[in-house]
Design a protein. Sequence first.
Length: 364
Amino acid sequence: MIRKISDRAKPGSISLGLGEPDLRTPDVIVREAVRVLQEEKSGYTLQAGLPSLRERIAADYPHLKLTTDQVIVTAGSQEALYLILHTLVESGDEVLIPNPGFIPYSTILKMIGAKVKRYRLPAANDFSFNVDDFKKQITARTKVVISISPSNPTGRVLTRAELEQMAAAVAASGSNAFIVSDEIYRELYYLAQRPLSISEFYPRTIIISGLSKSMRMTGWRIGWLAGETEVMRAALVLHGYVTTCASSISQHAGLAAWTDEAAAAREEYRGIFHRRRDHLLSLLRNELGLRCVTPEGAFYTMVDVSALGDEMKVAEAGLEQGVVTIPAAAFGDESRGFLRISFCADEQRLSEGVRRLGQALKTL
């Protein structure tokens, strides 16, 4: 649905739809990529990725005491998701996913033939985690639970208490389930501290992450899987047949993401998106009078348009006025009546996008 909406945009439209950072990849990474190209370091790497890169990734999760054999560098976090679900899940297995949640979770699981169950993140509570509903949905037959924090589409971050509740509920279910933790937005947060990982509370966790969002490297395709050795060994076999290895040039350049210069770029990036978030929320609330969720991470807000009718009609009215938004029912029925609006645009374009959305609302 997201691509279908975006593809219908008129020339000159402003996109408040896709989650594509509009800022440049940090210079330190670009310089390193140029150096690698000039030195012709462009052949295959080990299928699991450069050992030096896997060492840096493993060091990001000191509580797990990972070795390089427990990390696979993938062609973006999307490949990591595909690999781990095909590794852990078989046809008929029960998998618990968030509602609303990232669309590929359910799509990949349907490809596998899994039994998809959903735990509600209630819209009435700004899509916060609801432990009571989670406990109702998890059973002793649950094979995998998927968690994402910060969330796409809601931008909400799971608190320490919520992570502890989730971990305790999975442990008490008798399922011995794996938790697959999608942490692709973990470095993009607007709180005083970096969001915690469920892996700090539940050891049977597989982590998915990457550099696409944190380093503005969407097209470079560097992600990773990290977790139990036997699981990684099985996933590596599939990875070898799916893509052989992630881009060697991107891997070498990605090493620079652990430098001080890259850390400063990340901090700058967070500041820019924090300001954009506040600007967008102010416009939506004060100029259009819309209820919207305050995201603690990522670059999306959920905007309640239920009083105006079907969210698809609202999005289509926006298209007519030259602004792209995403009907949030695409992410699950819990977000019916909402639009997901991205702030991957500068303040001037955000202002114009909201102005056009306001014009669209007048036609309904």
